[in-house]
Write a protein that binds this ligand. Structure first.
Ligand code: HPA
Ligand code: ZN
Length: 349
């Protein structure tokens, strides 16, 4: 076991910010800041029901997932052209690089755009070119995961998959997001089976607001390799044991959970219980433009609220690499880099 050096508590926030990490749960449409929403609205002659950036930001008060999704879909309506998708993704990747994210697996919601008449090619190419440039400029590897909107039908998901297949090489996997309650993973069993046949990785949001049963379904019916959120697993001890034994990663998003009232305060978040139970937990931002912080703010605020220690920082960053869909050699290289980062802190002691 790697021995973590002593780190004075007041240095911990900067260590969290500087350590290399992967981000595995971020919706690119959720990185659209109010300033960029207004800029794109003007550029594309789209009218917004808010008078100013400040008025829009002031509306970001949510009572649950659905109250957020209503604004999130409205915000995405300004995205029309390939350049818009590039600009949105580039703004995120620039921030991610500054947060020392060395690898990002990024969700996108094609149905939000194709339903408005935006061609699949336009949105995928815009996102892809930003990912390519981030690799060239920052050495940050950025991959795309296509998410199906679960409030729509499985038939619609099949049509979306069909439309995306000419661009199969631009994304590494599929996910399932949007309104969870009333839309169990079982609804999408057949389309996920088809995705697996196509060699795509499979993840699913489950147990954010929904019951542990939805996590069971995501694992058993969709064969999800990771669970997005998954925090409701603590309500089911047998499920907790399974997640620990099979080391199924959970992509937890602390600030999101507070903004959407999944937990009343960050001090009451269950991330430490999940870690202590031996689960492969990771820290992520979800929709940072809406939830008050990018990945580093999620780490820093969570650690302060739960009194987490340097060993947790190392474990969470390690888990983020382990849980990624990168190949084994790449994971080893990142894990080596993480150890070297902590070793250098020892030398500064
Ligand atoms: N849950 C479900 N769907 C989403 C989310 C989320 O947190 N963010 C964007 N789409
Ligand atoms: Zn999410």
């Amino acid at each position: 076991m790697f021995k973590i050096p002593h780190i004075a508590p007041d240095r911990l926030p900067s260590v969290l910010r500087l350590m290399p990490k992967a981000e595995l749960h971020v919706h690119i449409e959720g990185t659209l800041e109010p300033e960029l929403i207004f800029k794109l609205a003007q550029r594309n002659h789209v009218s917004l029901p808010y008078a100013s950036v400040e008025a829009l930001r002031a509306a970001y008060q949510f009572s649950d997932l659905q109250s957020f999704l209503d604004l999130y879909y409205a915000g995405a309506s300004v995205l029309l052209h390939e350049q818009d998708f590039f600009d949105m993704a580039w703004a995120y990747l620039d921030k991610a690089a500054a947060d020392n994210v060395v690898h990002a697996e990024i969700f996108f919601d094609p149905q939000t755009h194709t339903a408005r008449g935006v061609p699949m090619e336009t949105l995928i190419k815009g996102l892809h070119h930003a990912c390519q440039r981030a690799h060239q400029e920052f050495g940050l590897s950025a991959k795309l995961i296509l998410c199906f909107l679960r409030h729509l039908s499985e038939e619609d998901a099949f049509a979306t998959l069909e439309a995306a297949l000419p661009f199969r090489h631009y994304f590494i996997g599929v996910g399932l997001d949007s309104s969870e309650l009333g839309h169990p993973p079982a609804k999408f069993e057949r389309v996920f089976a088809r995705c697996r046949e196509l060699g795509l990785h499979v993840v699913a949001h489950a147990g954010e607001e929904g019951p542990p049963e939805y996590i069971h379904q995501a694992l058993d019916l969709l064969k999800a390799e990771r669970i997005d959120h998954g925090v409701q697993a603590v309500r089911d001890p047998a499920l907790m044991q399974r997640l620990a034994e099979e080391r199924v990663p959970l992509t937890v998003c602390p600030l999101s959970n507070i903004k959407l009232c999944v937990f009343p305060t960050l001090a009451q978040h269950n991330l430490k219980s999940l870690l202590d139970a031996g689960l492969c937990v990771t820290v992520n931002s979800d929709d940072p433009a809406y939830f008050g912080g990018y990945v580093n703010e999620n780490y820093v605020e969570l650690f302060a609220a739960l009194g987490l220690e340097p060993r947790h920082a190392y474990q969470l960053a390690f888990n983020s690499f382990e849980a990624s869909f990168a190949d084994a050699a790449q994971k080893k290289a990142w894990e080596h880099g993480l150890k070297a980062f902590f070793e250098r802190l020892r030398e500064q002691d």
